[in-house]
Design a binder for this molecule. Structure first.
Ligand SMILES: [Zn+2]
Length: 344
């Protein structure tokens, strides 16, 4: 090889070493953008295709991506992500590494903007957020059950009261309930002394709502079961949320249940429970909770669809984060990406 060829060879090699990392980084960014676009369109698809008797398989197919990406998030990563919210650089880094966290923030922010903006003259809207966390809004009241969120601050002003079923971290966020009580909002739980501690069956009214708590247990831990009758403006729509309660005999709603919410795999025969409650609609939940290791008590969408495959798909549903249930709304509410527009 001539001297000049050797020089050319090394020159080409050094150009390659300079350009290659930049090329790889561009390619990683492009792949990340493609995945985020796919996740954005997945959420829009779920919103456009709420569960019904004919779309169960297509909904199940769409959850494959959520299971795959969700399984990458360990309890340690979830803990770090929760603590990163004051540090946007770390939040962004984790969302790049774990795109399901990007998805969670995106659907949460969208839901929060809807919760804040929408005005309901009658009926009820139920937002399913993370794990068994729900926000429910009626004409006069907006309340939360078992809401766990790194983005809690945005909801403190709009929530009138919160229910925490039991003292497990996957069902309450200490910062959120402290922020609520600091604002004088009621927090009902079996353990949180700055709020209202529920230790026996309790009936109370909150504007139009009739709220009935009954005591149950998960092992030795007290769990409150919430029966919430949303009142006349919601045509007495009644939610029965048993969270992680396990004692079947103590599930005794006082009236017909429209929406029954329960854990998919919690030491209680879910089908016996549904048979006993006999609701209009059942939501099987506690899916993809990142605080549980993937090989222990973490339940996938696939597991949940498989377990419930013999049930009537018109009455038994699995919701993904940010999906809603609406009942008896007076005015038609149109939702879009940027705002909520209400029309007659
Ligand atoms: Zn739980």
């Amino acid at each position: 090889m001539k001297i000049v060829d050797i020089h050319r060879y090394y020159l080409n090699l050094s150009v390659l070493f300079i350009l290659l990392p930049a090329f790889i980084s561009q390619s990683v960014l492009a792949q990340e953008r493609i995945l985020k676009d796919q996740l954005d369109s997945t959420f829009i698809w779920f919103r456009d295709n709420p569960p019904n008797s004919s779309n169960i398989q297509s909904r199940r197919d769409k959850t494959v991506l959520l299971d795959k990406l969700g399984w990458q998030v360990s309890p340690e990563t979830w803990k770090l992500y929760n603590s990163s919210i004051q540090d946007s650089a770390l939040t962004m880094k984790l969302e790049s590494q774990y795109p399901i966290l990007y998805y969670l923030r995106h659907v949460f922010k969208k839901s929060v903007s809807e919760i804040k903006i929408c005005q309901i003259d009658k009926g009820v809207i139920v937002w399913k957020l993370y794990n068994m966390g729900y926000v429910i809004k009626t004409k006069d009241v907006c309340f939360a059950i078992d809401l766990v969120t790194p983005f809690f601050i945005e909801l403190v002003d709009v929530i009138d009261f919160a229910v925490v079923s039991h003292a497990h971290n996957d069902h309450f966020d200490k910062n959120f309930i402290q922020a609520l009580t600091a604002k004088g909002k009621a927090v009902y739980s079996p353990f949180y002394r700055e709020g209202t501690v529920i230790s026996s069956d309790t009936l109370l009214n909150f504007k139009e709502l009739e709220v009935r708590f009954t005591m149950n247990k998960q092992g030795d831990l007290p769990v409150i079961v919430s029966e919430i009758n949303c009142g006349p403006s919601a045509d007495y729509y009644t939610i029965y949320d048993i969270a992680d309660a396990r004692i079947l005999e103590k599930l005794q709603p006082s009236r017909h249940i429209n929406l029954f919410i329960l854990h998919i795999a919690n030491g209680l025969n879910v089908f016996d429970a549904v048979k006993k409650i006999n609701p209009d609609m059942t939501l099987y939940d506690h899916i993809m909770e990142f605080g549980h290791p993937v090989d222990r008590y973490r339940w996938s969408y696939d597991f949940t669809y498989d377990k419930t495959k013999q049930t009537d798909p018109a009455l038994n549903h699995i919701l993904t984060w940010g999906e809603r249930i609406e009942s008896g709304l007076g005015k038609k509410i149109f939702w879009n990406e940027k705002e909520v527009i209400e029309k007659n």
